[in-house]
Write a protein of this length. Structure first.
Length: 220
């Protein structure tokens, strides 16, 4: 199986975690696109979806899946999303597609985070994938200096604007020995909207697809 087939296998396994009648939190990315396509096949038994990006909203809409606003909802039973890296404690780096802020917001409202990945995303220590940081445009030079002081090498994602109208700095070479601490530290830099470490709210379930099948792992 190639990487896209593995992503699809993980994504379709997540349909088992969709409760009847529920509103589902939906992430962003190539793995989630397969999940949305799968969700379309069972759309008659869900109430709708809350989306984490304009791209996912468009795909959900194209399938005729009802879109709901997070402002109208107090709780979601499940949030399904991919990751760029995930470690043994189910902390993740996300935001390769630039959707990290809305993803973190929707995930915060969900009781259960189901992460769907191909096996290449599993790492011992986070940080080989550059950490995306969403930044208010006027703060970009200030934030870049602060990230450099933390030991990182920030690079502006050229020609990219987030769904929120902001910029992304991709930070290379960070040593992420304590993901929760670094997530908090970076979020405290003035001008940062949020960063792609999902450690304080990590995944609860990991569906990891490899050639031998989809492994289902639960945190703890
Ligand atoms: O902003 C994008 C998201 O965090 C994605 O979930 C992440 O980048 C993984 O994407 P993909 O499923 O395309 O590998």
């Amino acid at each position: 199986m190639n990487q896209d087939e593995l992503k699809k296998a993980a994504a379709l396994a997540a349909l088992d975690y969709v409760p009847d009648g529920a509103i589902i939190g939906v992430g962003t990315g190539s793995t989630v696109n397969h999940f949305i396509d799968g969700l379309a096949t069972i759309k008659s038994r869900i109430a709708g979806a809350v989306s984490s990006s304009e791209a996912s909203s468009a795909r959900l809409r194209a399938h005729g899946i009802a879109l709901l606003a997070l402002t109208d909802i107090d709780e979601l039973p499940v949030y399904v999303d991919g990751a760029d890296e995930i470690d043994g404690g189910f902390a993740m780096i996300k935001g390769g597609g630039g959707a990290l802020t809305r993803e973190k917001i929707v995930a915060a409202v969900a009781r259960r985070f189901v992460c769907i990945c191909d096996a290449s995303k599993r790492v011992a220590t986070l940080g080989r994938f550059p950490l995306p940081v969403e930044v208010i445009p006027m703060a970009v030079r200030h934030v870049a200096r602060e990230l450099t002081a933390l030991g990182g090498r920030p690079q502006l994602r050229e020609g990219f604007v987030t769904d929120n109208g902001n910029l992304i700095l991709d930070v290379h070479d960070l040593v992420i020995s304590d993901p929760q601490a670094l997530e908090s530290t970076i979020n405290q830099i003035t001008g940062v909207v949020t960063n792609g470490l999902f450690a304080r709210r990590g995944a609860d379930v990991l569906l990891l697809a490899a050639a031998g099948g989809v492994e289902r792992l639960e945190r703890y």
